[in-house]
Each structure stands twice: as C-alpha cells, then as structure tokens.
Design a protein around this ligand. Structure first.
Ligand code: CMC
Length: 428
C-alpha cells in the first residue's frame, strides 16, 4: 500500500503521497500542494528539498556511502578508470571492453578544437583565473556548433555533443593553464590515453622532451573519479536548472562551472591550500585558526571541513588522504603542508565544536596537496574539480532531458512593499 503524509491547515486536511527510493529514502511529494491548499513550502538553501528523482548516484551522508549506478566509490576509485566511470555515469552501465574501446576512440576523434579558439584565448588577460577562461570556452562551443542549441535534436546528435564535450574538455583545461603561465599551447596526442594526453598538454614544453609517468596518470584517474558525480550539489543542480529551459548542453555545463567556482563549493580546494599556507606563515598556530573558525563574529571558516550532506566522514576524503600519503612517498616529496593538514585535522576532530556540528574533512581538504605534488598550481584546482565533475554534469543533464523534466522555477514568499503609488521624481 502506498504511504501518505498528512498536512492540516486552516481546518482542512490533505494527504500527500510519500515517494520511496530504492534505498528506502523517503520524500513527500508536494507537487499538488499549492493547487490544493494555496500554500508553498519555504526551504532556504534547499536543505530539505528534493528537486528530482535520479538513478545516477546514491549518497548517504549519515553513513558515509557514495555509489554511482550502484557501484561503490571505493571500488571505482581503486579498480576503474576515469573514462570507464564516465561511460558508467552517462550510459548507466559498466561498458564491455569493446564498448569502452569504442567510446575512448570516439573521444580521441574529438580532442582537437577549432583553431579560432586560440583567438578567444588570446583575448583574455594573462592573469585571468582559468575557471573564467574555461567556462567561457565551454559556452563558446555553442558558437562553433550552433546546431547544439536546437532542443529537438535526435539522441544521436545529442550524443555527439556529449562526446565533443568530453573529448575537448581536457584540451581546454590544459590551454587555460598554458594561457595563465604564458606558454605556448600543446595539441592533443591521440596515441595516449585520456589522462596521459591531458598531462602531456599541461606539462610538455617546446624546449624539452615530455617524460610520461604512469604513476601520475594513475593518480589523476583516481582524483577525477572521486569528483565524477555527487548527485544534486550546487553546480549539478545549476546544470539541471539551466538545462530545464532547454538551453544547450554547453551553456548548461558552463553555468554549472560558474556555480562550482565559489569557495563554498569547488573553489574550496584552492581556498584550503591558501588557508594552510597562511597558517604556516603565521607560525603554524593551528589553535588560533580553530578558535577563529568557531567565532561567530569572525567570517573565517575552516576550509575543507564540513559538508551539506555528509554528517560523517566524506568517503572521498578517506580515499584522498590515503592516496596523498602514497603519492608523496612514491614521488619522494616531503610537503610540510601535509603534516600541517594532518595536525589540523587531528585537532579539529577532537574539538567539541566540530564534533557537535559533525564537521569532518571533505574531499577538498587533501586534494590540493596531491594536485600540488603533480605540479598543478592552486588556481587550477577548481578547474581540476570541474574536469572530474564533467561526466556527472553530463549524465545529470541527459537524465533531466530524457525524463522531460519541467522548467525549474522555484517560488518565493514576497516580503517587500505592498502596492505603492508612483510619485513623480520632482515630488519625491
Ligand atoms: N568551519 C567552521 N564552522 C563551520 C564550517 C567550517 N568549515 N562548516 C560549517 N560550520 C558551522 C556553521 O557556522 C554553522 O554553525 P551554526 O549552526 O552555529 O550557525 C553550522 O556549522 C552549519 O553550517 P552551514 O553552513 O549551515 O551548513 P551547510 O550544510 O550549509 O554547510 C558547507 C556546508 C560546505 C557550505 C560548510 O560546511 C562550509 O562552509 N565548509 C567550508 C567550505 C568547504 O570546504 N566547502 C567544500 C565542500 S566539499 C566540495 C563540494 O562537494 O562542494
């Protein structure tokens, strides 16, 4: 028998259907609430509001569980590759070896970008933040592929846009970095796998041979997998809401990238390293910064701590912490910032404020330390997050379109002036 929740208002009682997810998550379906009662719900920051049903990612923040299409993040991060996880997220199933090969071959056919993108790139000031460059390049894809704007394209054509997006993204990421450091761009090399090709475009210099390091490719695969999807987070919700107006996939994902950029979301990885550097410079006085984070009159927050949905350890943070130790050891790097981060974590986890508020390190707390070890500078960290999140955004955009989701358009409770009479400017 279907479950119901009851709402009583103004002497009238209505039954609201309860939706049950495959993992027994419960939600009250309020889609008829306004027409039956005149009421809307108010939920600032959507802390209790589900915006959709989705079969892509399952996340249980209390238990620290994250699964994509049923597969645990632990298995995917240790056994899979980024392209395989991309396929899984976008098409719903793990590929056979033949399907994966075909998918990867298709991506390789679309790594090259139109030469005119170099003119766009040239137009940016050299110190422009690479997130701004990248989101502009992605939305510019609509100009190079105007047919992508048509909301009534066939599935095959939509799939071509998806492949183009995934194929070209690493090229754009690497080029936004080269722009930032003032080095010549490097063209894609399709003899390499997805991650190795990206690393070559990032680090190859015209003056020297590029040395391929499989360890670095492996680590990059892992980091990208850990960011690949995270259900209805701020940037993904943005992608879906932009796409719900039937905007193109490129415009929708560019919108998501801008939502990701902020320091409360994907910008946190850059903010963590900057915070750790600041603490180090200030004599590694960790207690002072813990105190600041707890002070309600101080805007300082412990970056890389806390999460909207994880009220337990972020499973991705556990994997990244282990990987950080591993990578730094293997590369023979001794980064004092890692020791500082570990001490900070230890102290915060014993502090009553962090215990009471269930604030644990999140995925961004350690990711920057690894990126730095790979030679990727802080201003590129959020770009790397976007790179990893790309297949998730694509999968969510595709699901939203295939399910014919309605236009995303929240309501509000108006708190402004009641009707006023207009007064001519000379009489005010
Ligand atoms: N340092 C100090 N206090 C904190 C922190 C923090 N990092 N995070 C939350 N709090 C406090 C906050 O002040 C509030 O206290 P009170 O109840 O007394 O007002 C309480 O904990 C709840 O915080 P909130 O901001 O209402 O909770 P939220 O679920 O909206 O916040 C968050 C989630 C990620 C915005 C927040 O924890 C934060 O600002 N963290 C630092 C930024 C960060 O690391 N972001 C990356 C998130 S992981 C990557 C991703 O998926 O986006």
């Amino acid at each position: 028998m279907s479950k119901k929740a009851y709402l009583e208002y103004d002497g009238k009682k209505i039954a609201l259907p309860v939706i049950i997810g495959t993992e027994n998550e419960l939600g009250i379906d309020i889609s008829k609430l306004r027409s039956k009662t005149g009421l809307i719900t108010l939920d600032r920051g959507f802390k209790n509001t589900g915006s959709t049903t989705s079969s892509i990612t399952y996340l249980n923040g209390e238990k620290g569980i994250l699964r994509h299409r049923g597969y645990s993040i632990e298995d995917l991060a240790s056994k899979s590759t980024f392209t395989e996880v991309s396929y899984l997220l976008i098409y719903g199933k793990l590929p056979s070896s033949n399907q994966l090969l075909k998918f990867e071959t298709k991506l390789k056919h679309h790594t090259l970008v139109h030469e005119d993108f170099k003119i766009i790139l040239d137009g940016f000031p050299s110190k422009a933040h690479p997130m701004g460059i990248l989101s502009s390049l992605i939305t510019s894809l609509t100009a190079f592929y105007p047919e992508s704007i048509d909301p009534n394209r066939s599935r095959d054509k939509v799939n071509l846009s998806i492949i183009r997006m995934l194929g070209k993204f690493p090229t754009f990421v690497a080029w936004s970095y080269k722009k930032r450091i003032g080095h010549p761009i490097v063209y894609p090399d399709n003899s390499l796998d997805y991650c190795s090709n990206f690393l070559k475009m990032m680090f190859k210099m015209p003056t020297e041979n590029y040395e391929y390091n499989p360890l670095i490719s492996d680590v990059l695969n892992k980091l990208l997998i850990l960011h690949a999807d995270h259900e209805q987070n701020c940037s993904t919700a943005t992608v879906r809401i932009v796409g719900s107006s039937l905007s193109s996939i490129y415009a929708s994902i560019s919108g998501g990238m801008n939502a990701l950029w902020g320091p409360l979301h994907g910008g946190a990885n850059q903010a963590v390293i900057e915070m750790l550097e600041k603490i180090k410079k200030d004599g590694s006085n960790i207690k002072k910064y813990i105190k600041k984070a707890k002070d309600k009159n101080d805007p300082f927050r412990l970056m890389g701590f806390g999460h909207r949905v994880y009220k337990n350890f972020d499973p991705r943070a556990k994997i990244i912490k282990e990987a950080t130790d591993n990578v730094l050891n293997k590369l023979g790097i001794n980064d004092p910032i890692l020791d500082l981060a570990k001490t900070l974590e230890k102290i915060a986890l014993k502090d009553q404020y962090f215990i009471d508020k269930k604030l644990y390190p999140n995925v961004d707390f350690y990711s920057g330390i690894i990126y730095r070890a790979l030679g990727i500078p802080p201003e590129m960290f959020t770009v790397m997050f976007a790179f990893g999140r790309l297949p998730g955004w694509i999968a969510q955009w595709k699901e939203m379109r295939e399910n014919n989701e309605p236009l995303g358009r929240p309501r509000q409770i108006y708190t402004g002036e009641k009707s006023l009479k207009y007064i001519e400017i000379d009489k005010r």
